[in-house]
Design a protein around this ligand. Structure first.
Ligand SMILES: O=C(CO)[C@H](O)[C@H](O)COP(=O)(O)O
Length: 223
């Protein structure tokens, strides 16, 4: 199977995972990216079995609506059983780097509300140590240069993702050359820099389950 087929397989596996738990009034947290898109497309076949979704980006909200799935504002929802999303990297503790699609802040917010974070990923995303994928950091635009200098002090090489404005009006710095062995500490430290909206480490709140697409089928991995 090629990478796209693996993404489709984990998208379907996530639907199969949550389907027995869905009720008429269920609202599902939905992530962003090509793997999350596979989940949305597979979910659409079951749209009469649940109420709707909360999306972590305008792009995912549009895809859900195009399938006829109702999209709710997170503020109108008291809780979510599941949040399903991809990752750029994930380690064996199910800590992740996310934000390759610039949706990290809303992903972190919707993920925080959900009782279970289900990560869906093809096997290329599973790594022993995170950091080969540059860590996205969303910043208030006027703070961009200041935050970049502070990130250099932490040993990283930040690069401005030119031309990208997030759904929140933020800018993105992609931080290269971090070898992330203490993910929780680094996530906390970066979030303490004034001007940072959030960073793409999901270690303080890792995934609960990883559905990993491999050549031997989809594997369920728990930390
Ligand atoms: O964090 C994300 C978007 O901000 C995505 O989950 C991450 O970039 C993975 O994307 P893809 O499924 O396209 O590989």
């Amino acid at each position: 199977m090629n990478q796209d087929e693996l993404k489709r397989a984990v998208g379907q596996a996530a639907v199969d995972y949550i389907l027995p738990h869905l009720e008429k009034d269920s609202i599902i947290g939905v992530g962003t990216g090509s793997t999350a898109n596979c989940f949305i497309d597979a979910l659409a076949a079951h749209k009469l079995k649940f109420d709707g979704a909360v999306a972590s980006s305008e792009a995912s909200a549009k895809r859900l609506r195009d399938h006829g799935i109702e999209v709710y504002d997170l503020n109108s929802v008291s809780g979510l059983d599941f949040y399903i999303d991809g990752a750029d990297e994930i380690n064996h503790q199910l800590e992740m780097i996310k934000g390759g699609g610039a949706a990290l802040t809303r992903e972190k917010i919707v993920g925080a509300v959900a009782r279970q974070f289900i990560c869906i990923a093809d096997e290329s995303k599973l790594v022993p140590v995170m950091g080969k994928f540059p860590l996205p950091v969303e910043v208030i635009p006027m703070a961009r240069s200041y935050v970049a200098r502070e990130l250099v002090k932490l040993g990283g090489d930040p690069v401005y993702r030119t031309g990208v404005v997030t759904d929140n009006g933020g800018h993105i710095l992609d931080v290269y050359n971090l070898s992330i062995t203490q993910a929780k500490e680094l996530e906390t430290r970066i979030n303490q820099i004034t001007g940072v909206i959030t960073n793409g480490l999901f270690a303080l709140r890792p995934a609960n389950v990883l559905l990993l697409g491999t050549q031997d089928g989809v594997k369920t991995v728990k930390a």
